[in-house]
Design a protein around this ligand. Structure first.
Ligand code: FEO
Length: 162
């Protein structure tokens, strides 16, 4: 049986992951509005990934005999100045999530909850990838600046993500 403290922290993380999904879904629709359908595709795939993260925590909590408690999801922003501004927000958000995962790891250690500690290692590794992906796209956007044709090339590249 999982501790109440750990249960509460995982429920908060389910909310963080669903908010992440919500944020990226909002960003995807913002890019669709700008006719940057490759960017919208990348973010739509990311939206699904975040729901997958929430589901992983959900299933784990049930497996450990915990109670899932769903909380209100806050409203995400719906406009960004340009793609660079949006991907700065993605990177900042992923860094925030990494911080939250690290806090969960610290709590699992403090509670001597080895099962949760082991489960969280997947998320520790996943966050390395999440930050690297956002960083890579941001670096390209910084490189191209306002050059429209290069931006369309990045858009075409992001359309490939499945
Ligand atoms: Fe679920 Fe993008 O972290």
């Amino acid at each position: 049986m999982i501790s109440k403290k750990m249960e509460e922290a995982i429920n908060k993380q389910i909310n963080e992951e669903i908010y992440s999904a919500y944020l990226y879904l909002s960003m995807a629709s913002h890019f669709a509005e700008q006719n940057l359908m490759g960017f919208q595709n990348w973010l739509f795939v990311q939206y699904h990934e975040e729901l997958g993260h929430a589901e992983k925590f959900y299933k784990y909590l049930i497996e450990r005999g915990g109670k899932v408690k769903l909380m209100a999801i806050k409203e995400p922003p719906d406009t960004w100045k340009n793609p660079k501004d949006a991907f700065e927000a993605v990177l900042k958000h992923e860094q925030h999530i990494t911080g939250k995962i690290n806090e969960l790891v610290d709590l699992a250690e403090a509670e001597k909850d080895r099962a949760t500690f082991a489960m969280l290692q997947w998320f520790v590794n996943e966050q390395v990838e999440e930050e690297a992906n956002a960083q890579e796209i941001l670096a390209k956007l910084e490189m191209v600046g306002d050059h429209k044709r290069s931006l369309l090339m990045i858009d075409r590249e992001l359309a490939q993500r499945k």
